[in-house]
Design a protein around this ligand. Structure first.
Ligand SMILES: Nc1ncnc2c1ncn2[C@@H]1O[C@H](COP(=O)(O)OP(=O)(O)OP(=O)(O)O)[C@@H](O)[C@H]1O
Length: 550
């Protein structure tokens, strides 16, 4: 039986009066993973939610295979659910399929060949067998164990509640549950945000071999390249969202060429519009009945007056027609992309306090034999002025713990010496704002104080558009919320800036700009990241953490 595709027709979605999706159609075929890409706020999550049936479109429709699985950016289970309950839920369909097969086998055994109902029973058995084979139900328990292991969750006690797990582990468990279930259509929103290299490679492998529909929204270039056979770019384009075949690299070059063509077409069209308007004005002026004629015009005027008049009128009419047509169908101006423009990310710490205490030139932070009960060991570490340190390590190696200790958010035993007067700021992995109804601007002004917010206006940082700064933070996309959190940090640069997985949720363009800003400069910056792409290009100091016992 052919597997069903997922299809969307003419989807429209309006948020707060803005058309986020405007007549989008797509088909996601089984076995051909489709990637959704675009700037933060382009509408990827919005589209996934419509495809999943979590939200209803304002117009258009979706037809989807039964038994669809959706990995949200935020985990959908409540905090009291245990690990074993999540897995039982994932295995429910496989177990039900096996039970049904057993029941039909028993019935067949008791029904003699040729007796009434035997043929119907055989058909039911064949159908149940096909469903069970498709879902690979015999392998389900083994698959569950292998998947937990592959996602670095092999050590999880089945009785742990989700509330007791870190956000990253909760996310990985939700993903594991979906890979175990193998739904006919799998929709994934930023699946690699919490994955180290090994886990990301494992997921790539599993997703590639899924026989059903896969649609994935992601900013992870390495993942998109490895998994997707087609991409849909939701960023503005003259003819609406564009579909690209051939993976991420192919997309990048085609997309750049398209953007150049758009800019050029727009410039040419604007020039033509200006010319036509000028021509219409000048010719209109020449034809005006009360205009005095020049001597040159008077000489031939009587003789050729009628013909010239007709020619000019025709030209005026043609120009007016072309002008009206162009004005009606003019291509939209290519939107100017946001450009991250921080004055600096961190600031020099030659503070008065340091001078007074004779610590000028001393390290900003020193860790010696520092440790926290129940957490991975902390390294011996000195962070000095101008340092740029990349902290790497697999899931559970203690990257976030280290950053929290450096930030002074987690008290550790042993020596944690911070230079007097040192200011630190940390971009955490979960961006939560306490008042979702406050606009981004209000949050910014309250956090920084009106004076600083005026000195460094939010929109001037190039992280959010003017329009988005007026949005309530609860309505911003995950990436836009992270952009706001970053803006709050760089608007008042600290001496020591700590970035925990800074590239999660951020668009590739911003990641590039951020990476550039991380280069040499004043202050100190410590970055914890699993991003393969960032790590590959990092030129500075690196500290690799290993989980205890490894
Ligand atoms: N409930 C809502 N009300 C108003 N606007 C909304 C709402 N939900 C989303 N939006 C807006 O819709 C746009 C698209 O949001 P969406 O979350 O789909 O973007 P995205 O492409 O997934 O972004 P990201 O890359 O940051 O995850 C954003 O501008 C967002 O502010």
């Amino acid at each position: 039986m052919p597997r069903p595709a997922l299809q969307a027709h003419d989807l429209v979605r309006i948020h707060a009066g803005r058309r986020i999706l405007d007549g989008l159609s797509l088909t996601a075929a089984p076995g051909r993973p489709l990637g959704l890409i675009g700037e933060n706020g382009a509408g990827k999550t919005t589209l996934l939610r419509l495809l999943a049936g979590v939200d209803r479109p304002d117009a258009g429709r979706v037809s989807r295979p039964a038994g669809l699985g959706f990995l949200h950016q935020e985990v959908p289970f409540d905090t009291g659910t245990t690990v074993v309950q999540v897995l039982d839920d994932a295995l429910r369909e496989a177990r039900a399929a096996l039970a049904e097969l057993d029941r039909l086998t028993g019935l067949l055994g008791r029904t003699p060949d040729g007796s009434p109902g035997h043929a119907a029973l055989l058909d039911a058995y064949a159908a149940a067998l096909e469903r069970a084979e498709e879902a690979e139900v015999w392998d389900a328990d083994r698959r569950a164990a292998r998947t937990l292991h592959g996602l670095g969750l092999g050590d999880l006690s089945p009785e742990r509640t989700l509330g007791s797990l870190s956000g990253g582990r909760r996310g990985r468990l939700a993903l594991a549950a979906l890979l175990v279930r193998r739904p006919a259509a799998l929709l994934l929103d930023e699946p690699t945000n919490h994955l180290d290299d090994e886990a990301a490679a494992f997921v790539e492998e599993r997703v590639r071999e899924l026989p059903g529909v896969v649609v994935v929204a992601s900013h992870d270039r390495a993942f998109l390249e490895a998994v997707c056979t087609e991409l849909i770019d939701l960023d503005p384009a003259p003819g609406g969202p564009v579909r690209y075949g051939g993976g991420y690299h192919a997309y990048l070059s085609v997309r750049q060429a398209e953007r150049r063509r758009w800019v050029q077409r727009f410039a040419e069209e604007q020039q033509e519009l200006r010319d036509l308007r000028r021509a219409a004005e000048v010719t209109g002026h020449r034809l005006a009945p009360d205009r005095a004629r020049t001597d040159h015009e008077k000489m031939g005027y009587g003789h050729r007056a009628g013909r010239v008049q007709r020619q000019i009128s025709r030209r005026v009419r043609d120009a007016a027609r072309r002008l009206a047509e162009l004005e009606r169908n003019a291509i939209a101006a290519p939107p100017r992309p946001l450009t991250f423009r921080p004055a600096q990310l961190a600031t020099g710490s030659g503070t008065e306090e340091a001078g007074e205490t004779g610590e000028h030139g001393a390290p900003l932070v020193v860790l010696r034999d520092a440790h926290l009960p129940g957490r991975p060991p902390l390294p011996q570490l000195e962070i000095g002025e101008g340092d740029r340190l990349l902290v790497t390590g697999g899931n559970g190696a203690g990257k976030s713990t280290l950053l929290s200790v450096l930030a002074g958010r987690l008290p550790a035993h042993g020596t944690v010496h911070r230079r007097p007067g040192l200011t630190t700021a940390m971009l955490t992995q979960d961006t939560v704002f306490a008042h979702p109804d406050r606009t981004a601007r209000q949050v910014y002004a309250r956090a920084l104080g009106a004076e600083r917010a005026e000195e460094v206006p939010l929109a001037a940082l190039g992280l959010l558009s003017e329009a988005d700064t007026r949005q309530p933070v609860g309505r911003l996309s995950a990436g836009q919320r992270r952009r706001l959190a970053l803006a709050l940090l760089v608007a008042r640069p600290p001496h020591l800036l700590l970035l925990d997985e800074p590239t999660n949720h951020l668009s590739p363009r911003l990641c590039d700009e951020l990476e550039e800003a991380l280069g040499p400069g004043p202050g100190a910056i410590v970055v914890a990241s699993h991003d393969r792409w960032l790590r590959r290009r990092w030129g500075g100091r690196e500290l690799r953490l290993r989980p205890e016992g490894s």
